[in-house]
Structure formats: structure tokens, C-alpha cells
Design a binder for this molecule. Structure first.
Ligand SMILES: [Ca+2]
Length: 319
């Protein structure tokens, strides 16, 4: 992320399509495109909520780039004015901050004029961009904003003066808006919805946190260890346990210090294993108690026998 700060440090012309694509992994700081609509990455919904304009704006399931829907922006009619082809989206912004905006688009197959990103307002240095690639294409923008409500505009067709066709449309999907000036405390990864807090590498984890977590309670849904008390459970003999400790330096089934150092501890799994050991200990204690009782009985019997022997000895001495 450091390199980005250098790249976008001068808040002048900041249209960086390919450069941004190469420089940034597919990760983002705090996601600001959080409307639940067809073009959302995190909370996609069959909706066009958040987008306004005189074009026909719908959620479309025929050819989504991401998820089940894309946003379809179609010309309202063949009027020569631009409003009938325009769709707008605004978001809350901080004046002077730089925003990274990523949008996937695909023109309609029979468009009479190419769609475009045009007429954006509140962005410093924006210039219109025509969308000509017939395939899904990602566009990346980085602009400093000059208003608290900048407006992104997408046109189904860019030919304002001669009109166009009601067949003109453009599909829009997987939009991301992030404030480059905002510290990337929380990073949401559009590919899989994984979240990293304090880290850009959540890996396969749905939530990865580089730091301590404080909570009132944490519930871990996991298997439990009652199988120890089930018939047929092979309770290791104490000799086997002793041999395992002597050989490996840790309890059977419990990870070694080295393994824990490498992989950490899974709370649910470790609690199950610890309970397994507690239940095994309980069984050993119960066995010991049984043995103790048997030995106590033996001791009582032996004492009685000793008493009788002693009595017999006394009798013999008197004789
Ligand atoms: Ca989508």
C-alpha cells in the first residue's frame, strides 16, 4: 500500500487504469460501495437501489460478471438528449481525499454508440472514458474529490446529439469504492468476501485479524468429547501414556509445542482435546478408586488374619 501513496501523492490528474490494475492486488480499504444491489461485491441483491437517472436501470441476470446479477443501464428512448441514457451514483466523501473506484462494464451487443463513463462531478481531473471493449472490462479510477457528494455517471450510449437506440445498454458489475486516505484497517476482498483486519492476507479465513480480539463471549461450534465415556472407547493404559510422553514429550492426541508454534491453536478443537484428556483422567481416577477399595478390603482381611495369628501365638506361648 505504500507504493500507492507515492503513486497518488500528487493530487493532480489521477486516471490510472492499467497502472492501478497492476499496482493493487484485488483488495480494498474500507468498502464504500455498500448498497445492496446487482453491482455490489459484498452484499449483492436483485436490485438497482442507489442508482438514479432517466435511463432504464434494472438488475439483470442474463450475463453477470460477478454473482447472479449485473446492473443494466439501457437507453430510455432514442431522444437526442443525454439524460435518457444516463445513470448516476453518489456516495459520501471527504473533500480532498483520494478515492479508488473500480468498475466492471460490458457494452450491449447491438449498441449504436459506445457507452461511456462521462460527466462525473466532484472529481478533480476526471475526463470522459468511452467503453469500447465488447467483453467484460475493469476500469479503475483514482481521483481527489472536491465535494462531499461526488457523482459517478455511466451512459448506455455516449452519442448525445444524434440520439441512439433503445437497444443501447451497458452492463455494470462488481463496483468498489475505497478512500485511499482512510487507513486500511478493514480490508474486504471482493473475490470471496473474506475480511482482513490489520492484514491484507486473510488467506482462506473468512475473518483474519492481526491483533488481539476482545469480546464478551465467543461461541465455537465444534464436536465434543463424550465418546470417551462410550462403551468400546480404547482408553490408553497408563503405561502407554507414560511411554508416549517419554518418547514424544507430550500427551497422546495433543499437539506438540512445535506444532502449536507453527499452526496456532484451534479453540474448538483444543477444547475438545483437553476435555478428552480430562475425561480420560476421570476414568483413570475411577479405576484407581476401584483398586483402592479392593486393596482396602484386602488390608482389612490381612489385619484380621494378623490378629488371629497374634492370638494363636499368645495361646502357644502360654502352653
Ligand atoms: Ca453482481
Amino acid at each position: 500500500m505504500t507504493s500507492l501513496k507515492i503513486l497518488f501523492g500528487s493530487r493532480k490528474v489521477t486516471f490510472l487504469s492499467l497502472l492501478y490494475y497492476l499496482a493493487i492486488p484485488n483488495t480494498h480499504a474500507q468498502e464504500l460501495y455498500n448498497e445492496g444491489n446487482a453491482a455490489s461485491t459484498i452484499n449483492e441483491a436483485d436490485s438497482s437501489i442507489g442508482w438514479t437517472g432517466d435511463s432504464v436501470i434494472t438488475s439483470d441476470g442474463s450475463d453477470p460478471f460477478s454473482g447472479n446479477y449485473s446492473l443494466k443501464i439501457a437507453s430510455f428512448d432514442n431522444r437526442g438528449n443525454e439524460e435518457g441514457r444516463r445513470a448516476s451514483y453518489t456516495f459520501d466523501a471527504v473533500i480532498g481525499d483520494t478515492y479508488l473506484i473500480s468498475i466492471w462494464v460490458k457494452p450491449g451487443v447491438t449498441n449504436t454508440s459506445a457507452p461511456a463513463f462521462a460527466g462525473w462531478s466532484g472529481f478533480s481531473g476526471f475526463a470522459n472514458v468511452t467503453i469500447t471493449n465488447p467483453n467484460w472490462t475493469r476500469f479503475d479510477f483514482a481521483f481527489t474529490v472536491t465535494t462531499t457528494s461526488p457523482i459517478i455517471r455511466v451512459y448506455a450510449g455516449r452519442n448525445f446529439t444524434t440520439g441512439g437506440s433503445t437497444d443501447d445498454y451497458v452492463l455494470v458489475d462488481r463496483i468498489s469504492i475505497a478512500n485511499q486516505n482512510f487507513p486500511a484497517i478493514t480490508n474486504i476482498f471482493p473475490e470471496n468476501g473474506n475480511v482482513g483486519i490489520g492484514t491484507l492476507e486473510p488467506g482462506v479465513w473468512k475473518l483474519a485479524v492481526d491483533g488481539k480480539i476482545r469480546a464478551k463471549e465467543i461461541r465455537v461450534e465444534t464436536a465434543w468429547a463424550d465418546y470417551v465415556f462410550e462403551e468400546g472407547y480404547l482408553l490408553p493404559t497408563l503405561k502407554e501414556v507414560r511411554d508416549h510422553i517419554n518418547e514424544k514429550g507430550h500427551l497422546p492426541n495433543i499437539p506438540s509445542a512445535r506444532e502449536v508454534e507453527l499452526n496456532g491453536v484451534e479453540l474448538g478443537e483444543m477444547n475438545r482435546l483437553l476435555l478428552e484428556k480430562v475425561e480420560e483422567l476421570t476414568l483413570y481416577i475411577l479405576e484407581l478408586e476401584d483398586k483402592n477399595m479392593d486393596q482396602s478390603k484386602d488390608i482389612i482381611a490381612l489385619k484380621a488374619m494378623e490378629q488371629r495369628i497374634s492370638s494363636l501365638e499368645d495361646v502357644l506361648k502360654k502352653d
